[in-house]
Design a protein around this ligand. Structure first.
Ligand code: GDD
Ligand code: MG
Length: 319
């Protein structure tokens, strides 16, 4: 069965200050870290072995995920001393995998409900070198633009261009034939998007697209992060309270708000369209709207917070 590598080592610059002490994939969406959503998605596709390719704030993953047994998975950690880029990270993580089976790579900031098992199946049926999940977006400029021919073969890989030639983009989930990993140099900074994929396509390698436009989001910008969480919560109701949190019966949660574990929400608090990370305490009659409250933050009684990122040190308006 395929092994997966999760790329979780980026700086998450666009989500500062939330990412000052928390790596982007450990940010909370609908009550749990983004990485945990990905573990569940991978497991549903039959993957039970995962390597987390970490660099920035690498030490924050292990206390939460441990050896993975809590999720019925085996989790290992590949740590880059300094970030090796997406390609270098894949090559470095692959050192831990000695397998002739397909390897799945996931960008660590993407939530997707596409059919990964079918993507793997098509990859293997084609005998492909790499199969990329492709989806469609309105504005492709912030993504890798990936045109395909009528047989689904990738004809170019164009990372972040001003005038995209198609709105079909790289969705950040790849299936690799392990032989392709050997073409990436060891211990070298490499971008899979700017170097490996264009070189593979140019050399005539069998690079295929798996095209599926189901729910997909890159949570790398503030609005995408907030919307992803409220949308996921709204699938099952108006709010979500994770086990281990106490919410006073007179407090009101609306608009897809979520409260992660080990929080306290006191009487009369109003929380709308917001994300509350674990270990927070929300004071009585506090009003929080469209905001992200970081792990361990204490919000004062009666505080009014709108469209802000809140840590114990600062409150900044969501840009
Ligand atoms: N381990 C490690 N080391 N991980 C890294 C490194 C690194 O040096 N650099 C980036 N990553 C991880 C990030 O943590 C993130 O999970 C993933 O690689 C992608 O990096 P982003 O910085 O989020 O890239 P992007 O969103 O601008 O573009 C990528 O994703 C798009 C889809 O969301 C590209 O793959 C695009 O082609 C793609 O369309
Ligand atoms: Mg991203």
């Amino acid at each position: 069965m395929a092994t997966a590598i999760l790329l979780v080592g980026g700086f998450g610059t666009r989500l500062m200050p939330l990412t000052k002490n928390t790596p982007k994939p450990m940010l909370t969406v609908a009550g749990i870290p983004v990485t945990e959503h990905q573990l569940k998605m991978a497991k549903a596709a039959g993957i039970t072995r995962i390597v987390l390719a970490t660099s920035y704030l690498a030490e924050l993953f292990t206390p939460y995920f441990g050896d993975g047994s809590k999720w019925g998975m085996q989790i290992q950690y590949a740590v880059e001393k300094s970030p090796l880029g997406t390609g270098g990270a894949i090559r470095n993580a692959a050192k831990l995998i000695n397998s002739s089976e397909s390897i799945v790579i996931l960008n660590g900031d993407v939530l997707s409900s596409h059919n990964l098992a079918e993507q793997i199946r098509q990859h293997e049926a084609h005998g492909a070198d790499v199969t990329l999940h492709l989806t469609k977006v309105e504005d492709a400029r912030a993504y890798g633009c990936v045109p395909t021919d009528p047989n689904g073969r990738v004809t170019a890989f164009l990372e972040k261009m001003e005038n995209p030639v198609t709105n079909q983009i790289n969705a950040g989930c790849y299936v690799f034939n392990p032989r392709v990993l050997e073409s990436i140099p060891l211990d070298t900074v490499v971008s899979v998007e700017r170097e490996t994929f264009p070189a593979l396509v140019a050399s005539g390698a069998a690079v295929y697209g798996y095209i599926e436009s189901s729910y997909w989001v890159d949570i790398g910008t503030p609005h995408a992060l907030m919307n992803a969480s409220t949308e996921i919560v709204n699938r099952d109701g108006d709010f979500l309270i994770m086990p281990g949190s106490k919410v006073d019966s007179s407090a009101r949660l609306t608009g897809g708000s979520s409260v992660a574990g080990n929080c306290q929400v006191l009487a009369g608090a109003l929380i709308d369209s917001s994300i509350i990370e674990s270990d927070c305490s929300i004071g009585s009659n506090a009003q929080i709207s469209r905001s992200y409250i970081s792990k361990g933050t204490k919000v004062e009684d009666g505080a009014k917070i709108t469209s802000s990122f809140v840590t114990n040190d600062e409150i900044i308006s969501i840009p």
